[in-house]
Design a protein around this ligand. Structure first.
Ligand code: FES
Ligand code: CO
Length: 333
């Protein structure tokens, strides 16, 4: 069976978002990415760096060490490594320091106030969020947390309109289970989906959302970007644009780091960030509860009959095909 596993070598050739920069203190921080333990720290200029979390000397975890003068220092015998992985200090012997004593460094950068790592060689640039540069938009960090399910399941769910009236019946879900019409245009790195659908405004949240009617129509332009990213621009009739930016990072086969922030064209005085976060917390908790019940192994080859599909699964089936093509083919998916 052709299942998507995090050990798939080509998955290493994407950029992955780990967590917001503001979560990176002066200490090194461990992270598990695609089943591999890495460590992240920031140098004196505030730039993030990432290397394998294993000292080449006696295999201690570097994440248990310290950061000194921008270098990561092993807790065991004090070897110090630069951001490019090179060992620049062996306190016991000056002759030992040098490139041959290095640790493997990973591509690492900051974007959107977040730490990004590519453990292989990037096949694509980092995903582009156009609203990030647009005047009049504010950024609200929402979540960076681990869910016990696969990234592929979460990203498919983001484009699955058929679950609203079940999973979200207590919040925005309309009672009509017929899924919204979705128009899909494929792009080089994924697709753009356009949807129009009515949502219920949860009574206890109408003030927070500045939505005073029972229902609103959402016009959604939602981008899927490989491998597990979504930029969903939700346009409301009152002129509000709320952009959900979701980066899903596979920790391992059964765990995903759920990173989400919002870009909005209103002000803190209109709707405080805490209320935006509270609303999205409620929705994502509903999703999380059911997603953690799904099998983390996703059959990529949809012809094998492991799962039965319905019309609303089309976006997910396109994602699986694109992933298949990427894994087996070249750069162009
Ligand atoms: Fe890291 Fe010895 S184990 S310096
Ligand atoms: Co949902």
């Amino acid at each position: 069976m052709n299942m998507l596993a995090t050990q798939e070598p080509r998955l290493r050739d994407f950029w992955y978002c780990l967590f917001p920069m503001h979560e990176l203190s002066d200490a090194p921080r461990a992270f598990r990415l695609l089943g591999q333990d890495i460590v992240v720290w920031r140098d004196e200029d505030g730039r993030p760096h990432a290397v394998i979390d294993r000292c080449p000397h006696r295999s201690a975890r570097l994440s248990g060490g310290t950061v000194e003068e921008g270098r990561i220092v092993c807790p065991y015998h004090g070897w110090a490594f630069r951001g490019d992985g090179r060992c620049v200090s062996v306190p016991q012997s000056v002759t030992n320091a040098g490139p041959q004593f290095g640790v493997k460094a990973l591509h690492c950068t900051e974007r959107y106030g977040q730490v990004w790592v590519c453990p292989g060689e990037p096949a694509f640039d980092l995903p582009h969020v156009p609203h990030f540069e647009k005047p009049g938009y504010r950024q609200i960090f929402e979540f960076s947390e681990d869910w016990a399910c696969s990234a592929q399941r979460i990203i498919e769910n983001e484009f699955d309109t058929a679950h609203f009236s079940f999973v979200h019946k207590g919040s925005f879900g309309d009672s009509d289970p017929a899924p919204a019409r979705t128009d899909i245009t494929e792009t080089e790195t994924g697709f753009v989906a356009e949807l129009h659908f009515a949502v219920r405004n949860p009574e206890d949240m109408r003030d927070a959302l500045q939505m005073h009617d029972d229902n609103t129509v959402r016009n959604v332009i939602s981008r899927f970007i490989m491998p597990f990213y979504q930029i969903a621009e939700i346009n409301y009739p009152n002129g509000l644009t709320n952009v959900l930016v979701t980066w899903l990072t596979p920790v391992d086969d059964g765990t995903t780091r759920f990173n989400q922030f919002v870009m909005r064209n209103d002000r803190e005085e209109d709707v405080p960030a805490s209320q935006v976060r509270a609303f999205d917390r409620r929705i994502t908790s509903e999703d999380r509860q059911v997603l953690e019940l799904t099998d983390p192994m996703v059959p990529l080859d949809t012809s094998e009959g492991v799962e039965i599909h319905m019309a609303s699964d089309k976006p997910g089936l396109i994602m699986r095909r694109r992933m298949r093509e990427f894994l087996h083919g070249g750069k162009k998916a």
